[in-house]
Design a protein around this ligand. Structure first.
Ligand code: 5GP
Length: 115
């Protein structure tokens, strides 16, 4: 079964796409957790961070370059932002297609509650 993000990449599910190239698609999160909430997704379906291969080094770097450029375009580069990758159950991952969350536009507070 294709994931939701594979359907968005294929154009079979609507999304507000802000950036696309052969390796990466970036679109607005449907339930934004901040004024800016963008998902940067590889077109290659990598389920989780555990599944990143050694050969994916350039792809992963490219995702972060795209995130940097989107932060500039959204006007949040100087105020600051957070890049997040959730992995598996304890990481709170909902969609099993690797993605970087770009969050900003307000002070985001501490990264996670301390135990
Ligand atoms: P995760 O918890 O896997 O790191 O993040 C998945 C993200 O995908 C969530 O922030 C959720 O709001 C977003 N999301 C889930 N379904 C859809 C969808 O159909 N379209 C879009 N644009 N975002 C989605």
């Amino acid at each position: 079964m294709p994931t939701l993000f594979e359907k968005i990449i294929a154009g079979d599910l609507p999304a507000t796409v802000l950036y696309r190239d052969p390796r990466v698609v970036a679109f607005l999160d449907i339930r934004p957790a901040a004024p800016v909430h963008i998902l940067i997704v590889p077109t290659k379906p990598i389920p989780t961070a555990n599944d990143i291969a050694d050969d994916d080094e350039s792809l992963i770097g490219h995702m972060f370059i795209v995130a940097r450029d989107l932060a500039r375009q959204q006007g949040i580069a100087e105020s600051g932002y957070r890049l997040v990758i959730n992995c598996n159950a304890h990481g709170g991952q909902e969609v099993y297609h690797l993605h970087v969350h770009l969050l900003g536009g307000r002070p985001l507070g501490p990264m996670a509650a301390r135990a």
